[in-house]
Design a binder for this molecule. Structure first.
Ligand SMILES: [Zn+2]
Length: 213
């Protein structure tokens, strides 16, 4: 851990910091499946949908990610650009395909993730350095999901109906499913003991508090 990382959680006063850790413990007790279903249910278009259906989509997207094999082009190491100011924007990493496939990593958010996992005793699930590897794998999966064939395969796996034209059934695009695929892929290949969704949720809480402090 770097000296800079220690100061991130240290910016919070004692009660705020203890409150954060309590909320993270509550997250820890939710299963990865529950976290995935909640993530999908929070997407704006899914609010009114049947909870069991959303949960089923979350499970299918997670399974799709767990068995995803990247094409050679998506497997190539991405160009990595390091950025700051991730906590202010609530960003850990982002992918852009042009001009060359690139992942931008926000190093302050990565530091915070490392600090949180150590503080919470989550090192067995997220070993030191694994968050960076997971972020890169996550963005590689997004790279693959930009290809039409991968998009079609994901739609087929989720098997959600958007509508019909005569006897032809149109498959729906499920907002947020690609995010679950990318998390699940990263969890498998790094590998991680829990879904990165757990760490993302904890990071979101911590970043909110640090920003407002
Ligand atoms: Zn993503």
């Amino acid at each position: 851990m770097t000296a800079a990382a220690i100061t991130l959680l240290d910016r919070l006063d004692g009660p705020t910091r203890r409150g954060l850790l309590r909320q993270c413990r509550a997250l820890e007790h939710r299963s990865d499946t529950e976290l995935a279903a909640e993530f999908l249910a929070e997407q704006p278009t899914h609010g009114a949908r049947d909870a069991d259906l959303v949960r089923r989509w979350a499970e299918l997207a997670t399974q799709f990610g767990a068995r995803l094999e990247l094409e050679a082009t998506a497997r190539q190491p991405l160009r990595v650009l390091e950025r700051g100011n991730g906590i202010d924007q609530m960003r850990l990493a982002q992918f852009s395909s042009r001009p060359v496939p690139t992942v931008e990593l926000y190093t302050d958010t990565l530091d915070l993730a490392e600090e949180l996992t150590a503080e919470l005793g989550w090192r067995d699930w997220f070993p030191a350095g694994s968050v960076r590897l997971a972020a890169e794998a996550h963005e590689q999966a997004h790279g693959q999901l930009q290809h039409p064939r991968a998009k079609r395969e994901l739609k087929r796996a989720l098997d959600a109906t958007a509508g019909r034209i005569g006897r032809l059934r149109l498959l729906a695009h499920i907002v947020g499913a690609d995010e679950l695929v990318a998390h699940s892929y990263a969890q498998r290949v790094v590998p991680l003991g829990r879904s990165p969704l757990l760490l993302s949720a904890a990071l979101g809480l911590a970043a909110d508090l640090i920003r407002s402090n």
